[in-house]
Design a protein around this ligand. Structure first.
Ligand SMILES: [Zn+2]
Ligand SMILES: [Zn+2]
Length: 874
């Protein structure tokens, strides 16, 4: 039996072989078409071509288009789940001709695919044509063996129009008789099974639309210059036919989702309880629809597409409740949806985790009010007469306003009990509230810093969200009129995906945009209390004011890096306590994108051995890849679990507990990895003391840690290549070089001493006698201070009695030494000699009677200074 995937591919291959270009499905949100909430047919992405406003990329196209019928004219929501063939989300297989082939080829290929390739029984096939379309009827007779009685003519069913005006034309449909057993009227009074009848026996498989006219504003039909073909076949129906099941929900396009639901509900589909079967079908259908919507960037909100998503999701939540599923469950069906549809629509796999998180966040939120709302509704239904009662509009509105029940959810429940809802009364209550809301908004905006402001953080793995601005302020106070381009301020929304700085984790940054095209940069997100995130912003383009509908987008990469560092902090804390002792307590923490910093109580430095062992252990726990779960519970339950509380945080009655397998249980409201393996790599960077008894560790994780390791590797490679040694030999090589250089220094010193010694004989000859005193004043460039001192001592010894003055210059600075033998120190004072000659070379100095030295700057005057010594002795 062919799978749904094979049937979809078979259709596309069939037309590709007939020179059709196969294109990707357009997004479920039509691009550049605000008139339509969702793509509801295959032709939507080609509308401009039919209108003559765009040229086709290829005259023949085929695709499989994801379609939603949830709003406007085509709205099947009420019917979904009650029967086995209506869906909110379905796939439409289609082939198009833009001014290329026409009726003959369309009919021939449809017949060939259905009968020759897919082997549908030709005696069960019926064709329909438009009342006056003789051409199509003749083609059916000519191309196929269909007998005339199975080609039927219809009026409105067989004329297709895009809208009030615009392209239109006759169509021809192919119906299949699935036999008397498929009739879901089961012989109701006066019922006759027939093509275009009311029952499920004759099903429409494929609609071939021949676009040949334009409906003019005066309602007349104008022949188009070129003729087009637009066909559509529901994939779910043809798969049911080819898999030989009567219900679409029994095909592999749905079965995996129903199986997963059975597992969660511990209940069987098709077990005889018709009401619970309806719920199974609604859930399977809605799981597909919400997953596709979120994959295409629709997010829950209170208006437009976002509200449609919210309604479908809440409808599914209520049917889950009927199956005994309390709390989030739809989120657990996302893997099954991605498994079934991910090949055709890869965005489902790419964004799978995000989709799960968005659904979970919405489900958790609705779960809080669903029970209370149902309680109220039950009490109100009890007040109605036995049947055909009308639920008052203000009750429906209260359910909507206080408990988040969309009107159609209330209607769905009430209808199931044989009653109706006063929808007009609901609208009236809604309008009254809007008027009050406008007043309220004015009031809130005027009361600066109103204390009851809230903004819900929507969840850990959600990076974009839609919400409404509830307040804007600047340093000067509230700004009810908002702020404009270039201005900075603070902004609060009803809900936000931005994590506000707390518990050491830095707040998110990102952008906020509006449909008007305003762009606001989020510089920082701060937490001002348990339920309030404040965005510090700068307006880049346009402006922003309270009441604006906005899309908030977090810098995802940065949050990812923070996530790894934060989770690693908890792993490290556990390992520190195990290795160093349970006296280790967190004294402060900073989790930034590029690093984590952790201060803790401990005395004395941590040995390299301990650091190495702890780094090994932390990385082993990362590789263990255990699941990390963040759950909300009461403070008492958290303590019972043995959770460590984080320093400096205030905890309410409800706390979040992070459990990392067997390694760590701590109170923490931050954002965390799903499994420890996500951290990738952990590296200590520095360790040191910050205060008495407080140590500080800095570390890195993930890609940051790897970059750091690679940088050091590169530096080691450079050292090796500079030393002309391999990295392994570098240290040994360096030690040898240092030993060599020490040896060379020793040899140079010795050579200088030897040189001084050998010079001393020659120098002695320069000594002159003045008044019976031998004076030797000379210049010996190139000697350092030490060698100069030694030389002076030697000369003094050799003279026996006398005065020695030596000067040396290395070209920039000057050294001077004066020495007097003991017997003469009563007459001549070395220190005084130096004091008098040093200024000549721009320096100063002094010393003892027998020995003194000085430095100077002016080498050109050195000879003058030495000549002065002779004058002084005289
Ligand atoms: Zn029937
Ligand atoms: Zn934490």
């Amino acid at each position: 039996m062919p799978t749904g995937r094979e049937i979809r591919a078979g259709f596309l291959d069939f037309f590709a072989a007939r020179d059709h270009r196969v294109v990707r499905s357009a997004p479920i949100v039509p691009e550049g078409d605000p008139s339509l909430l969702f793509t509801n047919a295959g032709m939507v992405q080609f509308k401009q071509i039919f209108l003559g406003q765009a040229a086709p990329t290829h005259p023949r196209i085929a695709d499989s288009q994801k379609c939603l019928r949830l709003s406007g004219k085509h709205n099947d929501l009420e019917q979904v789940g009650r029967d086995t063939y209506h869906h909110t989300l379905f796939e439409m297989l289609g082939n198009w001709s833009f001014g290329d082939y026409y009726k003959a080829e369309s009919i021939e290929w449809a017949w060939d695919l259905l009968v020759k390739q897919w082997k549908l029984p030709q005696d069960k096939i019926w064709a329909t044509v438009y009342t006056t379309d003789d051409e199509a009827e003749q083609l059916w007779k000519k191309i196929t063996p269909l007998p005339p009685e199975r080609i039927r003519r219809f009026e409105k069913e067989n004329f297709w129009e895009m809208g009030e005006t615009g392209p239109c034309g006759p169509c021809s449909e192919i119906h299949l008789d699935r036999g008397p057993a498929a009739c879901d009227w089961k012989g109701g009074a006066g019922h006759v099974c027939t093509v275009n009848g009311d029952c499920a026996r004759y099903i429409e498989l494929w609609n071939l639309v021949f676009i040949q006219y334009n409906r003019e504003p005066d309602q007349s039909l104008r022949e188009l210059p070129s003729k087009h073909v637009d066909t559509g076949m529901g994939l779910e129906r043809i798969v049911a036919v080819l898999q030989n099941v009567l219900s679409n929900y029994d095909t592999d396009l749905f079965r995996g989702i129903i199986d997963a639901t059975e597992g969660l509900a511990k209940r069987r589909y098709g077990g005889g309880d018709e009401e619970s079967d309806v719920s199974f079908r609604v859930i399977a259908d809605h799981a597909r629809a919400v997953s596709i919507m979120i994959a295409d960037h629709v997010l829950p909100s209170n208006e437009g597409r976002g509200y449609v998503l919210r309604r479908v999701l809440r409808r599914a939540a209520r049917h889950g409740k009927m199956l005994g599923l309390n709390g989030p469950f739809l989120t657990d069906l996302v893997p099954a949806v991605a498994q079934i549809l991910g090949d055709a629509y890869p965005e489902l796999r790419e964004r799978q985790q995000f989709i799960s998180e968005v659904i979970k966040s919405e489900e958790s939120r609705f779960a809080e009010t669903l029970d209370k709302g149902l309680g109220l509704l039950e009490a109100e239904i009890a007040k109605l007469p036995g049947t055909a009662g009308v639920l008052p509009g203000d009750v429906a509105f209260k359910l909507y306003d206080t408990f988040g029940f969309p009107l159609d959810l209330t209607e769905d429940i009430v209808r199931g009990r044989g009653h109706t809802v006063d929808a007009a009364g609901f609208s009236k209550a809604m309008e009254e509230q809007r008027a009050r809301g406008r007043e309220h908004k004015k009031f809130v905006a005027q009361s600066a810093g109103s204390g009851d402001r809230r903004s819900r953080f929507v969840g850990d793995r959600i990076y974009e969200w839609e919400s409404t601005v509830t307040g804007v302020s600047t340093a000067d106070g509230e700004r009810p009129g908002g702020i404009k381009a270039g201005e900075e301020g603070e902004l609060v929304t009803e809900e936000t995906p931005f994590y506000g700085e707390s518990g050491g984790q830095m707040g998110d940054v990102g952008v906020i945009t509006t449909e008007r095209g305003d762009r606001i940069e989020v510089l920082e997100a701060l937490r001002h209390g348990p339920d309030l995130v404040v965005h510090r912003v700068r307006v880049l383009e346009g402006g922003i004011a309270p009441g604006d509908a906005v899309r908030l987008v977090v810098d995802e990469k940065r949050r990812e890096q923070i996530r790894l560092n934060h989770s690693a902090t908890h792993l490290m804390h556990g390992v520190l306590r195990e290795r160093l002792g349970t006296h280790v307590r967190q004294a402060g923490s900073l989790v930034a994108p590029d690093r984590l910093r952790f201060d803790f109580n401990h005395t004395g430095p941590i040995s390299m051995e301990d650091l190495g062992a702890m780094e090994d252990e932390i990385n082993a726990r990362i590789r263990a890849n255990v699941e990390c779960l963040s759950e909300e519970m009461s403070y008492d339950d958290a303590m019972k679990r043995g959770a460590l509380a984080f320093f400096g945080d205030k905890y309410g009655d409800r706390v979040r507990v992070l459990q990392m397998g067997p390694f760590s249980v701590e109170l923490c409201g931050g954002t965390h990895v799903a499994r420890t393996g996500d951290i990738g790599l952990f590296k200590f960077r520095t360790e040191g003391g910050v205060a008495a008894g407080v140590r500080r560790i800095e570390a890195m994780t993930g890609g940051g840690a790897l970059d750091w390791v690679q940088e050091r590797e590169e530096r080691l490679r450079q050292i090796g290549s500079t030393l002309k040694a391999s990295e392994e030999e570098a240290v040994e090589r360096l030690e040898r070089l240092l030993a060599q250089s020490r040896e060379l220094e020793r040899r140079i010193e010795k050579m200088q001493r030897d040189q001084a010694k050998s010079q001393s004989g020659d120098l002695l000859a320069q000594a002159r006698e003045r008044d019976g005193v031998k004076v030797l004043a000379t210049r010996v460039d190139g000697l350092d201070d030490k060698a100069l001192r030694e030389l002076a001592d030697q000369l003094k010894d050799k003279l026996g009695s006398g005065v020695v003055a030596l000067g040396a210059s290395d070209g920039t600075k000057v050294s001077l030494i004066a020495a007097v033998t003991k017997d003469l120190t009563k007459r001549f004072h070395a220190g005084n000699i130096i004091k008098q000659i040093a200024p000549i070379v721009g320096g100063n100095g002094g010393g003892r009677p027998d020995f003194a030295q000085a430095g100077g700057k002016d080498a050109s005057k050195l000879d003058d200074a030495l000549a002065k010594v002779h004058e002084l002795i005289a």
